[in-house]
Design a protein. Structure first.
Length: 413
């Protein structure tokens, strides 16, 4: 089968379409605000085509055409900006968009086609979502933002400096350990961001789903507190706890797929069944009063903060050492016992310590992973039920059924 070829003609159409798209957005934005336009749909389209033409000339060895074209557009943008300043207006968005449009046109001719298409689509999105982005920045928590920046800066500084080699008889690799921390923190932060943005707008069930990406245990404790303070919302709170626990299997499956992709086919169907069971158990729960939309799980910790990241790394190292010692001295029985005990804490570091390496997981390792999940499911039921007295019996019944259904995957599969 012949592969698709991006001919010059098709590349010309891409440059034309992307320039038109950016120009359309700029003209629409200007007409809404009744501003004098630096350039409209026709000008941006022509700028993109000009970039394509300069790219063509560069392709046929007229090498000065590309820098000369960029300088000419830069001069045009500078004149427009000076004229804007004289009129008492500020802002360089349209001028920068013109430079980017020229670049997109040139890249449509010279580069892999995904690059100009990605730049054009992302640029149009950013230009069109000005109000939404500004509103989001205004709502941004300064403390959380600084925590993320600190984490990223330390990661950029620390990660390249860490030695990429194994130390001690336990094969502890500092670089791999911090990479695991970054991976788990990033997955958690996605859920944390989504929950902050959407969780409180719909209700506890969505907060449970999104919060489960961060920590299903933390969600169970938080919604248990909601059930304690608002007994009429106990049903909705238990549903959120069950949904958060269901997401745990998806989150861990993603982590295993990244670290040990050879084992994903051994686990995905087991985790899928356990996820479906959890979701099914969350149905049929009704609260005494309609659920207010302003309830959200607000006690989750930002996964990109330094302290939890360092704690996660330390816990991973400790559990890696303990797991190897238990396997060597106590065998399979000892490993399953350790899994049951570790399940009362954060199970991510323990599971990461089990799945390192490229080989498919041994059956005992798979059983240990599911045992830790079962133990974690039981402890979440206890965390929730201790606080939610009005729905304690229902909590133990539903979580109990779920925990028991882990056993066939531990014993037989």
């Amino acid at each position: 089968m012949n592969s698709f070829e991006w001919t010059f003609q098709l590349r010309f159409i891409v440059a034309l379409a992307l320039g038109f798209l950016i120009g359309l957005e700029r003209e629409r934005s200007g007409s809404e605000r009744k501003n004098i336009l630096f350039a409209g749909v026709r000008t941006y389209t022509l700028i993109s085509l000009f970039g394509f033409a300069c790219g063509w000339l560069f392709h046929i060895n007229v090498t000065f055409a590309l820098p000369a074209g960029m300088l000419s557009i830069a001069a045009l943008a500078l004149m427009g900006y000076i004229s804007k300043l004289k009129e008492g207006r500020t802002g360089t968005t349209s001028e920068v968009a013109a430079l980017l449009t020229f670049t997109i046109g040139a890249l449509s001719m010279l580069a892999d086609i995904w690059l100009p298409m990605a730049l054009g689509i992302i640029a149009t999105f950013l230009l069109s979502e000005k109000a939404e982005l500004e509103s989001w920045v205004e709502r941004l928590d300064q403390t959380e933002f600084l925590a993320v920046i600190k984490f990223l800066l330390i990661t950029i500084i620390i990660l390249p400096a860490l030695p990429d080699q194994n130390f001690t008889q336990f094969n502890l690799n500092p670089k791999n350990i911090w990479e695991y921390v970054i991976m788990v923190s990033t997955i958690g932060f996605v859920g944390y961001f989504l929950m902050k943005k959407f969780g409180g707008k719909v209700g506890l069930w969505l907060s449970g789903l999104l919060g489960g990406i961060v920590s299903s245990t933390a969600v169970s404790i938080a919604v248990g507190r909601i059930a304690k303070n608002n007994p009429e919302q106990s049903g909705n709170a238990l549903q959120a706890s069950l949904l958060a626990s269901s997401v745990m299997y998806i989150r861990i499956l993603i982590i295993i797929g990244i670290i040990n992709p050879a084992s994903i086919f051994l686990l995905w169907w087991k985790f899928a069944i356990l996820t479906i069971i959890g979701i099914a158990l969350s149905f049929g729960l009704k609260s005494k009063e309609p659920q207010p939309r302003d309830h959200s799980v607000s006690t989750l910790q930002n996964p990109f903060e330094i302290k939890p990241a360092i704690f996660f790394a330390a816990l991973f190292v400790i559990l890696s050492v303990v797991t190897i010692l238990v396997k060597n001295y106590f065998g399979s029985g000892g490993l399953l016992t350790l899994s049951a005990v570790v399940g009362v804490t954060d199970i991510d570091p323990f599971i990461l310590s089990l799945i390192q390496g490229a080989k498919p997981l041994e059956p005992i390792i798979i059983s240990a992973i599911i045992m830790a999940m079962m133990s974690n499911t039981i402890i979440k039921a206890i965390y929730f039920a201790v606080q939610a007295r009005d729905i304690r019996k229902e909590t133990y019944i539903r979580y109990g059924i779920w925990a028991v259904l882990h056993l066939p995957f531990i014993i037989f599969l």
